[in-house]
Design a protein around this ligand. Structure first.
Ligand code: AN7
Length: 364
């Protein structure tokens, strides 16, 4: 075998487990194959005997897990002869749709809520050259419009109601089993539309049910723990909510599209949904960056915030192996990061050796 195996994306890696035809032109940017990083400092800090891994999806080509679903959705759209895709988005889906569309040579239309998209996501989507349709309404309104517009214009929806999105995203569970040799005990992730929790659960079930192909894998499946922002927590309310609000704009969603699938994942895995305040989410984001060197966006930190709370109360017992998905890169939302560090903003000093020496010695 060559020493220089070239990774060409998750469709090639998991082709046998994906609904993809031999002849399809694969639209890929080398997505997937993201690191599963064991936290070294935070477990000691909280004084608990747990093993926590983070699946760092922020290292995908456009900086979020959406690329996993988008490589499949756009490959399928192109195969079906579509010339344009459309999505509603809180930001990451629009960036991914825009990138894969331009790669494929088709058009992308993205509906985004005005003023509620993190800066990095807007910058990417502009640079990839998508048609941005900014609406005077939130994500849920945009999603409703996208579902209607397909009867009036020749566009393919690439939100996670597109089943190929879920197919692509399930590969994250495959990668975790491949890395650990088995599923973890608990899998924690942020929940917005609930496409991702649906995809992971499908992935865990599919991989653990084919133990012929992978004799080392047992039938173990994780408990699925879904975390929402308190101001945008329909799964905790038990019903859709109309005016979701949270600093974690990625999950500012009140009408999740994968409602039934997500409840199914919760029931089948004996898992749960819970909510975190914006303060708890931001504290977890800072804890992770400041103690492990891993920078995720606010929505992603809901997974760790939830896990740490549930480890603290013993709901997740000591001895457990836990995976938290970090859905998006911290660089996506520089405004929130800088705002969070406003009390540690650097002071400017004279450009002299003395002043720099003093600045260092005062701090050591
Ligand atoms: C960083 O981009 O819905 O529960 O339009 O960007 O599968 O919806 C983003 C969702 C978590 C929630 N973390 O995942 C969009 C969008 C990040 C996200 C979620 C999103 P789902």
């Amino acid at each position: 075998m060559s020493m220089h195996q070239h990774y060409t994306g998750l469709i090639e890696r998991y082709r046998a487990r994906l609904p993809i035809s031999e002849s399809a032109r694969v639209i890929s940017l080398g997505e997937g194959n993201t690191p599963l990083i064991e936290l070294q400092n935070i477990p000691k800090l909280i004084g608990k005997d747990v093993t926590i891994y983070v699946k760092y999806e922020g290292l995908n080509p456009t900086g979020s897990f959406k690329d996993r679903g988008m490589t499949m959705a756009v490959t399928k759209a192109v195969e079906d002869g579509s010339h344009a895709i459309i999505c509603a988005s809180t930001g990451n889906t629009s960036a991914a749709a825009a990138a894969y569309a331009v790669r494929a040579g088709i058009k992308a239309f993205v509906l985004i809520p005005e003023g509620k998209i993190a800066l990095g996501k807007l910058a990417q989507t502009l640079m990839y050259g998508a048609q941005i349709i900014q609406i005077n309404g939130n994500f849920d309104r945009g999603m409703a419009l996208v579902k209607e517009i397909v009867d009036h214009a020749p566009v393919t929806i690439v939100n996670s109601i597109n089943p190929f999105r879920i197919e692509g995203q399930k590969t994250a569970a495959f990668e975790i089993i491949d890395a650990l040799g088995d599923a973890p005990d608990y899998h924690c992730l942020p929940v917005g539309n609930a496409g991702n929790i649906t995809a992971y659960w499908q992935g865990y079930k599919e991989y653990s049910s084919t133990i012929d192909a992978l004799p080392q894998v047992t039938a173990k499946r994780p408990v699925m723990c879904g975390y929402q922002a308190a101001g945008a927590a329909p799964f905790i309310a038990g019903k859709m909510i109309d005016n979701p609000e949270t600093v974690a704009t990625a999950i500012r969603i009140g009408h999740p599209q994968s409602w039934d699938f997500a409840w199914n994942a919760q029931r089948e895995s004996n898992g749960w949904f819970d909510s975190l305040t914006d303060e708890e989410i931001l504290a977890a984001q800072k804890l992770l960056s400041g103690h492990e060197g891993i920078f995720c966006e606010p929505a992603s930190a809901a997974s760790l915030a939830g896990a740490l709370r549930d480890i603290g109360t013993g709901k997740i017992p000591e001895g457990s192996k836990i995976v938290c998905t970090l859905t998006g890169n911290g660089l996506k939302d520089p405004d929130t990061a800088i705002e969070q560090c406003k009390n540690t903003h650097p002071v400017t000093i004279a450009a002299t050796l003395d002043a720099v020496k003093k600045a260092i010695l005062d701090t050591l």
